[in-house]
Structures are given as structure tokens and as C-alpha cells.
Design a protein around this ligand. Structure first.
Ligand code: 3QA
Length: 230
């Protein structure tokens, strides 16, 4: 039986999944609760990491190495960077980068770490499943680069800088961790996020207003992906 790991950053991002599965068991490791259940012919492990790249890297590592997940799916919300993204829209990451990595003093490109990759690509099979699930529900999926870093972006200038330097469509604080850890451990992964704000000067207000609803949209989309898998 295949094991699917589903990670969110905040409690609000995974609660809708736990509400859906209703029955689950809890295993505590490394300051996280991992909720285990089954769905169809899958073992499902769900956890929220807490905010930021370090927490997400730890949770993803535990998913992979302790729970031996066959794939990892991230669900949550994001700040929209592309002008065609509105609150509630769903983005599927093509690749992830860390906009807050800077060793350019040594001539390296922004976001680049030696022996690593600037952009880490998501799994094409999982992305196909996401695209199929979207098509069936008439959801217009945005497919593009997501930039991660340890800041909540609520500033038009910073937002534009991330667009200009990384060509990203959305910004958040965990996706690149999932990407780096999963790819190094050879585990297929994908990142799904519903937009909660536009990372601009109103982002904090928008985030507070739409976190719950957008988190639910993303979680509902994950369920539709599980239904699409065989
Ligand atoms: C923000 C959450 C973090 O896990 C990243 C939401 C949505 N909009 C964003 C933006 N910039 C960066 N990331 C995002 N998530 C945590 S701050 C608020 C926490 O307060 C994605 C994201 N514009 C909780 C109550 O104190």
C-alpha cells in the first residue's frame, strides 16, 4: 500500500483535511504531530510543520525517513505575485526557489547554493494528476514558479523585486524546503497553494480575511487529487 504525505505549514492549512478524514491517529515527533489515516488504498500521513523553511524541512524529512512516504504533497495558501492571480485561485508549482539565499558577494546568482539548484522542479506525474483533477472541476490552475523565504511579504517593492529576480508567480515560506528535501531524498513531490493575498501593502489584512477559506480550497483540491490517483 502506498503512503502519501500531506504537509501544510499552519494548523489552518491541514485542519480541513483532518475534518474530511474524521478518524486518524496521532504520532508526535520533533515537535510536530503526524496524523495517520487511510483513504481508498492509501496510507495518508498529515502534518503541519509550523511556519518557515526550517520547520518545513524538518517535517518533510520526518515524513520521508520515518514514515517512508512514497510521495509528498504540500497544501496551503500563498501570496500572489502574478497580476492574473486573485484570492482563491490555485497555483501548482512548476519549480521552487529560495529568494532569501544570497551569496552573490562571491559571484553566484541570487538564490543559488553550490552543489544545489536555483530552481528545484516538482514531479511531472503528480502535476499531471493535479492538472487532470483541475480540468474535471473546471478549475483554472496557474502553473509557475513559487519563491520561498522566511518573510511574510507585505510590501509592493519587495514583491516586485521577487518577480524581477526570480520570475515567480507566488510567494510563501515553505515550498522550497519541501522541494530541496524531497528531491535530495528522491521522493516525488508537488506544491499546491490557494492565494490568500497579493503580497502587497494590504497583504496582512487580506491574509487574515482569507486564510481559512483559501486553506479549505487547497485542501479540497488535494482530496480531488487523491480521487484522481489510482
Ligand atoms: C504566513 C504563512 C506562512 O506559513 C507562509 C502563510 C501567504 N501569503 C504570504 C505572503 N508572504 C509569504 N508567505 C505567504 N504562508 C505566516 S504570517 C501570519 C501568521 O500569523 C503563505 C503565505 N504574502 C498567525 C497569527 O499570529
Amino acid at each position: 500500500m502506498k503512503t502519501i504525505g500531506i504537509i501544510g505549514a499552519m494548523r489552518e492549512e491541514v485542519m480541513p483535511l483532518l475534518d474530511f478524514f474524521k478518524k486518524y491517529e496521532e504520532v508526535k515527533i520533533g515537535g510536530n504531530s503526524f496524523y495517520t489515516t487511510t483513504y481508498k488504498n492509501y496510507n495518508i500521513i498529515i502534518a503541519y510543520s509550523k511556519i518557515g523553511k526550517i520547520h518545513a524541512a524538518l517535517t518533510c524529512s520526518i515524513m520521508a525517513l520515518h514514515f517512508c512516504t512514497d510521495c509528498i504533497i504540500f497544501t496551503g495558501v500563498a501570496g500572489g505575485l502574478s497580476s492574473d492571480l486573485k484570492v482563491g485561485d490555485i497555483i501548482l508549482a512548476s519549480s521552487l526557489c529560495q529568494y532569501d539565499v544570497d551569496i552573490s558577494a562571491f559571484g553566484h546568482p541570487l538564490g543559488f547554493i553550490p552543489e544545489s539548484e536555483l530552481y528545484v522542479h516538482t514531479d511531472s506525474n503528480l502535476n499531471e494528476i493535479a492538472k487532470k483533477a483541475a480540468m474535471k472541476q473546471n478549475i483554472k490552475l496557474k502553473y509557475g514558479i513559487i519563491a520561498s523565504g522566511d518573510s511574510f511579504i507585505s510590501n509592493a517593492q519587495k514583491k516586485q523585486w521577487i518577480i524581477d529576480k526570480f520570475d515567480a508567480c507566488a510567494v510563501e515560506m515553505e515550498g522550497a524546503s519541501i522541494a530541496v528535501v524531497s528531491s535530495l531524498l528522491n521522493i516525488p513531490f508537488c506544491i499546491i497553494r490557494a492565494i490568500s493575498d497579493s503580497a502587497d501593502d494590504n497583504a496582512d489584512i487580506s491574509f487574515d480575511e482569507f486564510l481559512a477559506d483559501s486553506a479549505k480550497r487547497s485542501a479540497a483540491f488535494i482530496i480531488s487529487m487523491l480521487d484522481e490517483m489510482q
